[in-house]
Design a protein around this ligand. Structure first.
Ligand SMILES: Cc1cc2nc3c(=O)[nH]c(=O)nc-3n(C[C@H](O)[C@H](O)[C@H](O)COP(=O)(O)OP(=O)(O)OC[C@H]3O[C@@H](n4cnc5c(N)ncnc54)[C@H](O)[C@@H]3O)c2cc1C
Length: 510
């Protein structure tokens, strides 16, 4: 990938720095996260059975379950408002196996089909044990969300990977794309509270936070958790925090759940394990995504997994009509079916094509007007001129489009299996190339890597041993979301599901 220019680097860092400073957290990037020995703690300033770091989907789900199991729970949140990135999100939760909503809307699904899709699409990094449990217990998870007050409307949306307004169920991944549609019966599994402009996360988090509050979970905001406190045997005794400018030490009688999100807003941390994500224009998430939870875990010897993985959305649609165009790499070759899930397209260009490529359209499938997501790299009345303007090898673009057109006229895509609905020959001038380069197009990205955890959310060290009293959930942990990401709703689904398990497990500790 071509690296960011000095100017672009400075601009982004300046922008991020300003955003974080406005949130009052600039200094956090430098705070030490190494463990603090209990013997160096002058005294406890407060205590609870369970301390949860972070108030997003992972943390609040853990808090609810720990409280229901009888534990006294304290949630600590860096910002003045609770909810984290989860409350900014679409609120889509990937569930299936025949949920009441799927059934009510006439869709057939089984836990086996759901598992097969997630394993097939997930690639070599898909954590099979977590996916298996997640699919087996998906109906229970649906019941849990509905039981806490989350509402789903019995409305299905057929729009491509986007549920709109009144709808609560849609195909949120590549289920209907080649090769998955031939291998596993496709089912819509994106469950989302109805909301305008894909803002279901606000409704989801309002509901979960209210449920936690009703149960008696205590939430303290504007508390920056900085270090874990360990006993001499390595087990977790509590956390060192900064609150109103003062260092305090809080004891966790049963354990600590780290649920402080990912690290997309920590440029120094991002650049090392995940340099592909660094130059992207849309670093997605609330400003608390500084990697503090991950570093606190690493500070007590926790292992990390998949730190280079991220969600990379390249949202070319809507309008779906542009998907009749052809996406090519810097060799003028097609490398992914254009109707693939937008996370798969983003992943392909960002990770596999060096962050470079173009979407070639003709007059029949162009955007209706200028679009903020993409910029025109070149336009011409014929493909040879367009190819030259892009600096492609002479004849390369024409060969690709000629092969594509020949089969598109027959409604086929023998190379990549694009659905017939998006096949049309590109033959009407003017032809345009939209720049899919990482520094030009809108790539929305966040991180997937985090602390290694067991199925119960226990954090594991580099030797595969459980660190007693330490749990993690959401994007602080390495959960089900792995690259390539193949369905919206897996991050919230993983955060809530494994957050619940972590909360239940920590509450069981004596
Ligand atoms: C615009 C957008 C749309 C998205 N849509 C979807 C979707 O529809 N479905 C889906 O599955 N995923 C979606 N995602 C991704 C998803 O929202 C996140 O991956 C997920 O919500 C992470 O949950 P979490 O609990 O790990 O972290 P968060 O929800 O970010 O919560 C972490 C909390 O910890 C706090 N914190 C951080 N450090 C500290 C500290 N040191 N001390 C105390 N508190 C701390 C943070 O301030 C934050 O409030 C979307 C993301 C964005 C940005």
């Amino acid at each position: 990938m071509s690296g960011p220019s000095r100017f672009a680097t400075r601009t982004r860092r300046g922008f991020l720095g300003a955003g974080l400073a406005a949130a009052g957290v600039t200094a956090l990037r430098a705070v030490p996260t190494a463990a603090l020995d209990r013997r160096d703690v002058p005294g406890w300033d407060g205590e609870a059975d369970v301390i949860v770091v972070g108030s997003g989907a992972g943390g609040i789900s853990a808090a609810i379950e720990a409280r229901r199991a009888g534990a006294e729970v304290l949630v600590l949140e860096l910002f003045h408002i609770a909810g984290g990135s989860s409350s900014l999100s679409g609120g889509v939760c990937y569930m299936g196996g025949g949920t009441p909503l799927q059934k009510a809307l006439g869709f057939t699904d089984t836990p086996e089909d759901m598992y097969r899709y997630l394993i097939e699409a997930g690639g070599p990094y898909a954590p099979a044990d977590k996916i298996e449990l997640y699919c087996e217990q998906s109906l229970d998870h649906y019941a849990w969300l509905v039981g806490t007050g989350v509402e789903y409307a019995p409305v299905y949306s057929d729009e491509k990977e986007l549920a709109h307004q009144a709808a609560s169920l849609y195909h949120s991944g590549s289920e209907r794309n080649h090769p998955y549609r031939e291998r596993v019966r496709p089912a819509p599994r994106g469950h989302v509270p109805p909301a305008v402009n894909m803002m279901g996360g606000s409704s989801l988090m309002t509901t979960l936070l209210a449920a936690a509050d009703r149960l008696g979970v205590v939430l303290r905001t504007r508390v920056s958790c900085e270090r874990l406190v360990t006993e001499t045997d390595g087990s977790i005794a509590g956390v060192a925090v900064r609150e109103k400018g003062t260092r305090r030490h809080l004891r966790a009688r049963r354990g600590v759940v780290l649920a402080a999100g990912g690290f997309i807003h920590n440029p120094e941390m991002l650049k090392r394990p995940a340099p592909e994500l660094y130059p992207c224009s849309g670093h997605w998430g609330r400003a608390g995504d500084l990697g503090m939870g991950i570093r606190m875990g690493m500070g007590v010897g926790a292992n990390v997994l998949r730190m280079h993985h991220g969600f990379a959305v390249l949202p070319l649609y809507p309008p779906e009509n542009v998907l009749k165009g052809v996406a090519v790499n810097r060799l003028a070759q097609r490398c992914i079916a254009e109707d693939s899930y937008y996370g798969a397209i983003g992943h392909e260009f960002l990770y596999n094509q060096g962050g470079r490529g173009w979407l070639i359209v003709d007059a029949g499938c162009d955007y209706p007007g200028p679009d903020a997501r993409v910029v025109v790299a070149a336009h011409a009345d014929d493909l040879a001129t367009l190819g030259r303007a892009l600096g492609l090898a002479p004849g390369a673009l024409e060969t690709t489009i000629d092969f594509y057109n020949r089969h598109a006229r027959e409604g086929r895509d023998p190379l990549l299996g694009k659905s017939p609905a998006f096949l049309a020959p590109l033959e009407r001038a003017p032809f345009k190339a939209y720049d899919l380069g990482v520094e030009k197009a809108f790539y929305a990205v966040h991180t997937f890597g985090g602390l290694e955890t067991t199925l119960e959310g226990e954090v594991v060290n580099a030797w595969g041993e459980i660190i007693p009293g330490l749990y993690a959930a959401g994007r602080t942990s390495a959960g089900i979301p792995a690259a390539p990401y193949h369905a919206s709703g897996l991050s919230i689904g993983d955060s809530t599901f494994f957050g619940r398990r972590a909360g239940a497990a920590v509450a069981r500790r004596s």
